[in-house]
Design a protein around this ligand. Structure first.
Ligand SMILES: N[C@@H](CCC[C@H](N)C(=O)O)C(=O)O
Length: 306
């Protein structure tokens, strides 16, 4: 890659939130956006393959730290990304020394803070349960359990999911056995694109282990199978509480590890706590996706600014 190719590049970092593959791109000081073309090109390269891009832009409102665009690996936009938000917090905390942030996304304002032990909490806001808020294509009065199934009509493999919006649409299928015994890679795309979900949906399988613990696997809208989906963990936790399966505070074991989810009584907000990890940094052209990795410095590890 010569210098002319990279002349319009910005800093970025490859990070992950419990294995959810995140590219954090620094678009501050610029008016352009990361293009769908760049996202698709980055995802096509094994070095930069990702689940979501978190593009940090200048704030649009007083009192906020940044505007964040969330882009799925298929180039479409998402309204929420819990794991990616923790990655943004870790990068900005390493850069500024600040511990608390207020972000702005298409879904509204998000408060987040880094704790002394390095874990990060994100206030994901209030869940929504109205059929037209999720949205569903037809009216369902009770979204704790909707009519939807996959597999043979008289012996469905998955059926009757709870549905919820955490800014983005989620369906949670409850199962009694191992979440790994389901072919989520086969059923996920069919359910993501089912006509009941006019904006598609994130599809999860959940197994309740106790009143304060569940296992969860997720097929992400626009990204596919993931090791972790923070907003799905929040949707599963609130759906677990709403259906009487769990308490309001629950550990959600996603394939990448545990996330702690608390659905607060006092303000109805859902707070997700978990880690973030920096992997490497580089520069990327947000129009084309052409990128260059920085040379690794000895001892590179831990939290890093972009
Ligand atoms: N990985 C994210 C959620 C990603 C967004 C999703 N694919 C969508 O389109 O809604 C998370 O950690 O929440």
């Amino acid at each position: 890659m010569d210098n002319r190719d990279m002349a319009d590049s910005v800093q970025f970092a490859r990070m992950n939130g419990l294995g959810n593959k995140i590219l954090v791109v620094d678009m501050r000081g610029r008016k352009d956006r990361v293009t769908p073309h760049a996202a698709i090109a980055l995802n096509a390269d094994p070095a930069t393959e990702f689940d979501q891009i978190m593009a940090i832009h200048d704030p649009k409102a007083a009192g906020t730290d940044a505007w964040i665009d969330i882009i799925n690996s298929d180039g479409t936009m998402a309204q929420a990304c819990g794991n990616g938000t923790r990655c943004v917090v870790q990068a900005l905390a390493a850069e500024t020394g600040k511990k608390a942030f207020l972000f702005h996304t298409v879904a509204g304002l998000l408060e987040a803070k880094e704790h002394e032990d390095g874990t990060i909490s994100v206030d994901m806001g209030s869940p929504r349960f109205g059929w037209n808020e999720i949205p569903l294509a037809e009216e369902f009065h009770d979204t704790r359990r909707i009519e939807l199934q996959i597999g043979p009509i008289d012996d469905p493999v998955l059926h009757s999911p709870s549905v919820a919006s955490m800014g983005n649409p989620h369906a949670i299928f409850w199962v009694d056995d191992d979440v790994w015994s389901y072919e989520l890679d086969r059923f996920g795309p069919l359910l993501e694109n089912h006509p009941i979900f006019p904006e598609r949906a994130n599809i999860s399988i959940a197994r309740v282990r106790s009143r304060d613990e569940m296992d969860l696997r997720t097929w992400e809208r626009g990204a596919g199978l993931t090791l972790a989906c923070g907003s799905a963990a929040c949707a599963a936790a609130v759906s677990g509480a709403r259906t009487g399966r769990t308490e309001r505070t629950v550990t959600v074991n996603v394939p990448g590890g545990p996330l702690l989810i608390e659905w607060r009584e006092r303000d109805d907000h859902v707070v997700m706590t978990g880690p973030a990890e920096w992997e490497w940094s580089g520069t990327v052209d947000p129009a084309t996706g052409a990128f260059q990795r920085d040379a690794a410095a000895a001892g590179d590890s831990g939290a890093r600014a972009l």
